[in-house]
Design a protein around this ligand. Structure first.
Ligand code: TMP
Ligand code: ASP
Length: 238
């Protein structure tokens, strides 16, 4: 599978067309941004780590019954994926209070929640990805009720699979963000990535942040955090 012209360049990935109109190639970058692009930097090795971790987790999720956009890994940084139309919602699941949830509701980070929770943000950088609910998502045509039901079911299933997987390697899954897309035939599949850019991982023993909060909050060594999760997943860290 060979990449043709660049279709789109985002903050962390480039997307290329291929000779097959139904397949795109995603190329993961080392660039890191936070606060809607206000903070910019580089996390060396991140692109390869996020690419390989995402593919590993998407394969695991496929086995557990969650369809994904994954076609095949091409090399360290590049993966062929199904072309989808992204549902313009960021789907966030939380197991413990942290980040914007803690800020918005005045609940200290690390507080146990009585149940896992799901929230939607409307994907629009100019608006800063505002929080919306399912009625608003339907009202603006971002998704149908059927889409929302499917996405909700898959997102909680992803949570169960990932929580268990990360617990086994000494990591608590605090929260994460998913994106879903629709293939040409209208099937909803998990898209985008599952990586330390898009999840909060806390070391079960020490509580250390093993994710992008190390970069967002200047907590020292983002490269080390990404490599630590990568190594615990059984990959050879460079
Ligand atoms: P939040 O607490 O800042 O809302 O973040 C919740 C989760 O979503 C966290 O695991 C980080 C992830 N996330 C993204 O993947 N992209 C984003 O742009 C933001 C703000 C958060
Ligand atoms: N990726 C997002 C951005 O630049 C934010 C984040 O991950 O915190 O804006």
């Amino acid at each position: 599978m060979e990449e043709k012209e660049l279709l789109y360049e985002g903050k962390a990935k480039k997307v290329f067309r291929t000779e097959d109109p139904e397949i795109l190639i995603v190329d993961y970058k080392d660039d890191a941004t936070a606060f809607n692009g206000l903070k910019k930097g580089t996390i060396k090795g991140k692109g390869a780590i996020n690419n390989r971790m995402t593919n590993y987790l998407m394969k695991l999720l496929e086995e557990k019954g969650v369809p994904t956009h994954l076609v095949e890994e091409i090399d360290d940084r590049k993966t062929a994926v199904k072309k989808v139309q992204i549902v313009p919602l960021e789907v966030i699941i939380r197991n413990k209070a942290a980040g914007s949830f803690s800020k918005r509701l005045g609940i200290p980070e690390g507080t146990e929640l009585k149940c896992s929770t799901l929230e939607f943000s409307y994907k629009d950088d100019d608006l800063g990805d505002p929080l919306i609910n399912s009625y608003m998502a339907r009202a603006i045509g971002a998704a149908t009720q059927e889409d929302i039901d499917t996405i909700t079911e898959y997102a909680f299933k992803v949570n169960e699979v990932l929580k268990e997987f990360f617990k086994e390697i000494g990591i608590e899954l605090i929260d994460f963000k998913l994106e879903f897309g629709k293939t040409t035939d209208g099937t909803i599949v998990l898209a985008d990535e599952i990586s330390p850019d898009t999840c909060r991982y806390w070391d079960i023993k020490t509580g250390a942040h093993l994710d992008k909060d190390t970069f967002r909050r200047d907590l020292g060594n983002p490269e080390g955090a990404y490599q630590e999760v990568f190594a615990r997943m059984g990959f050879d860290a460079e």
